[in-house]
Design a protein around this ligand. Structure first.
Ligand SMILES: Nc1ncnc2c1ncn2[C@@H]1O[C@H](COP(=O)(O)OP(=O)(O)OP(=O)(O)O)[C@@H](O)[C@H]1O
Ligand SMILES: [Mg+2]
Length: 278
């Protein structure tokens, strides 16, 4: 009778459900705008020529790092930039399942010397966007990510791409992003509304600071449906005016102003804020 005790799968965790959040033509207008804002802020937050190597982390698990870095990568690729997305969360990788691809051969295979980078790159998953998935889960992720093979991979890929976007595990739990400090131009720290704990942010920021990782800024992810938030789709229209391809109302205008702050990246002076967090 073991079936009797079988837990029902949580529909919010199904990959079909998660794929709804991948940026596309049918995405919510506000989501599209938020990613454009994020893209612009990342672009202007980084100076200098050449490939930009950007990782994403957060305090704890399940805050939206993977979906955010994927969407940011898609957003940059849409502008014609050549983008490589690397799933460097070698502990709980999700990118391959999210994109309905095989995880291997992937990063862990390259880092273990079992295949070449060219074997692991999946070309044009989206136009201008190539992906290296995680590969098999290895027993020693930190050693692999901090090793000379990873450094070499980053150097070679930097010659070929405009942006390298890297999905990482939560820094307050494992310090994988810290061992890559010298290989990165900056790290985005994701904070999820109503979920992220202050203490985890504080701990994570301390880890990054000790490792000398350059903090690009914070990405605020989420918003409740009640607030018509980031993924909320239901809006009430009181006074409707047709305006372009979405309906413009004063209520929506007010809401949009609020929502523009969602999922935006703030500039590095936000480092000062980490002092407030403590
Ligand atoms: N703003 C959001 N609104 C609703 N659901 C979201 C939002 N952001 C992320 N999610 C959902 O939260 C879940 C976790 O997202 P994701 O896998 O991107 O998090 P993560 O930080 O990468 O997790 P992990 O630390 O385990 O790698 C997914 O089901 C995703 O679809
Ligand atoms: Mg993830």
């Amino acid at each position: 009778m073991s079936w009797f005790f079988k837990r029902k799968p949580d529909p919010s965790k199904s990959y079909v459900n998660q794929r709804r959040h991948i940026l596309g033509k049918n995405s919510n207008f506000y989501v599209q705008e938020a990613y454009k804002t994020l893209r612009t802020n990342v672009r202007f937050g980084m100076s200098g020529e050449g490939c930009k190597r950007i990782a994403i982390t957060s305090g704890l698990a399940g805050e939206g790092k993977s979906i955010t870095i994927l969407n940011l990568a898609i957003s940059f690729a849409e502008t014609g930039k050549k983008v490589l997305l690397i799933d460097a969360d070698l502990r709980r990788p999700t990118m391959a399942r999210l994109l309905i691809e095989k995880a291997s051969p992937g990063l862990s295979n390259v880092l273990a010397g079992l295949c070449t980078a060219e074997d692991a790159i999946r070309k044009n998953i989206y136009p201008n966007l190539d992906v290296i998935f995680s590969g098999e889960i290895p027993p020693n992720p930190s050693e692999l990510l901090g090793g000379s093979r990873m450094q070499k991979l980053m150097d070679i890929m930097s010659q070929k791409y405009d942006y390298i976007m890297i999905d990482m595990p939560p820094v307050a739990i494992v310090a994988d992003v810290c061992v890559m400090a010298d290989m990165l131009d900056g790290v985005l720290f994701l904070v999820r509304t109503d979920r992220t704990e202050k203490e985890a942010v504080s701990r994570g920021l301390k880890q990054l600071e000790i490792a000398g990782v350059k903090l690009l800024g914070f990405v605020l992810n989420g918003g409740s449906k009640e607030r018509g938030g980031y993924y909320g789709k239901k809006y009430r229209y009181r006074h409707k005016y047709k305006y372009g391809y979405y309906r413009y109302t004063y209520e929506n205008h007010q809401r949009r102003k609020q929502e523009q702050s969602l999922n935006e990246i703030e500039q590095p002076e936000l480092r000062i804020k980490d002092k407030e967090v403590k």
